[in-house]
Design a protein around this ligand. Structure first.
Ligand code: PLP
Length: 434
């Protein structure tokens, strides 16, 4: 046993892991571009971007440089009463990229806290306007918004947090409708789901602060894609019911769905947007909650009462901001969105191949993501999903199915040859692991 594995076993508690039954975690010694390397130097092609974060792959020289340069200047700046260049430049760049007047950037540390901040902003927005009755949120069945208490509450439709139900704030859920190529009943299913939402909005009139949703793709639910039209209609209903709209783009942001942000494809401007995962291209934990001007304005007042009582020790960490800013510049310098289009074209050819293979159901592609469903005994960690994960790893590929969904969410630096090898191994694994 290696020294790392020994210490890991004795002192470390891993996330979402059953330590009694699961294999030891693989020690990674270094990572470069689309690959990670274990202690013996074996290559592992990272086809899920290290938990969906490493947009441009691992250890990009320009990002390394931005990080090192900022470390020389100021690694930490407390963010109340002080500010710094990377934070203001990043905020203004995000405001420029976001649609409409989504101009006010609130920094925090991860996707879950970005959601907490969004929920607090929405509730307090109404309170600040004198309306204290809006104590509920609407969320979608299957939605996942993170692991802290507010995020668990709006993610109760994921089924991950049933254990904590009694401790969660009040959330009502509404049906989500996924779609895939060849789905010819989608309009009927959408009409039904929108009808259900309309009923909820009517029944809870005046009690709802906001609706929160993952636009275009429910990630953790198993890469369930929906049509931009569906999102646009949900927003339309929310507007008519006079509630706020929060988009959780923690997973969909930064090119994942083919556009910089998923909201662009629905042509709507939500009131609040949460971003994390790809924000720092996998370098540092950071997130933002971006609000429209009108939301921000509702927090202005002569004393502290109306201010947002939220902040973290590492809010707007300069190292994280510097790297995030450099990552956004790389999108322009490396023409990243065009590369994502090419990746998507290859993905769609693979979707056809999956379809023809008869091995899976609902093959589908969106931006840099390709997914399908396989027969499994259910649950987030179904036995076949774990067997597939271990088999792919033994062949040098990081592919981690969720429940019965097998997916690739590839780093944008991936080469065509690497993509082709990934497609081949996906098919081989599905045949080898019944
Ligand atoms: C991962 C994820 C989160 C939580 O982000 P963390 O950084 O893991 O806390 C929230 N929302 C969505 C849509 C996610 O995919």
């Amino acid at each position: 046993m290696s020294m790392i594995t020994d210490l890991d076993r004795r002192f470390v508690w891993h996330p979402y892991t059953q330590h009694k039954t699961e294999n030891d975690a693989v020690p990674i010694s270094h990572a470069k571009d689309a690959s990670m390397y274990d202690e013996k130097g074996n290559e592992i092609l990272d086809l899920i971007c290290s938990w969906w974060t490493c947009l441009h792959g691992h250890s990009h020289p320009e990002l390394n440089k931005a990080l090192a340069e900022q470390a020389e200047k100021a690694p930490h700046v407390m963010f109340a009463a002080f500010t710094h260049e990377p934070a203001v430049k990043l905020a203004s760049k995000l405001a420029e990229l976001m649609p409409g007047d989504l101009n006010k950037v609130f920094y925090s540390d991860n996707g879950s806290t970005a959601v907490e901040v969004g929920l607090k902003m929405a509730y307090q927005y109404w309170v600040n306007k004198g309306d204290t009755q809006r104590t509920k949120f609407i969320a979608f069945d299957g939605a996942y918004h993170g692991d802290t208490f507010g995020a668990m509450a709006v993610g109760k439709g994921s089924g991950f947090f049933t254990l904590f139900n009694d401790l969660l704030c009040s959330v009502v859920t509404t049906p989500f409708v996924g779609t895939w190529p060849g789905d010819d009943e989608i309009e009927d299913r959408e009409a039904w789901a929108l009808g259900e939402l309309e009923t909820l909005l009517h029944n809870y009139d005046g009690q709802i602060a906001a609706i929160i949703l993952e636009p275009l793709m429910q990630g953790s639910a198993g890469m369930n894609f929906c049509r931009p039209e569906f999102i646009a209609q949900v927003v339309e209903l929310a507007r008519r019911a006079n509630i706020l709209v929060i988009f959780d783009e923690v997973a969909t942001g930064f090119g994942r769905t083919g556009t910089m942000f998923a909201c662009e494809q629905s042509k709507v401007v939500p009131d609040i947007v949460c971003l994390s995962k790809g924000l720092t291209a996998g370098y540092m934990p950071m997130s933002v909650t971006v609000a429209r001007e009108e939301i921000f304005d509702a927090f202005l007042g002569e004393n502290f009462d109306k201010a947002l009582a939220h902040g973290h020790s590492f809010t707007a960490n300069p190292l994280a901001c510097a790297v995030a800013l450099r990552s956004l510049q790389l999108f322009e310098e490396e023409n990243t969105l065009a590369r994502i289009k090419e990746i998507n074209t290859k993905h769609r050819t693979f979707v056809q191949r999956l379809q023809d293979s008869g091995l899976v159901e609902y093959p589908r592609a969106l931006g840099s993501i390709v997914a399908c469903n396989f027969a499994a005994d259910g649950g987030y960690k179904s036995s076949r999903s774990i067997a597939l994960r271990d088999w792919y790893l033994s062949k040098g590929f990081n592919i981690r199915p969720i429940g019965s969904t097998l997916y690739l969410m590839v780093p944008y630096c991936i080469t065509d040859e690497q993509l082709d090898s990934a497609y081949d191994i996906v098919i081989e694994g599905l045949k080898a692991v019944p």
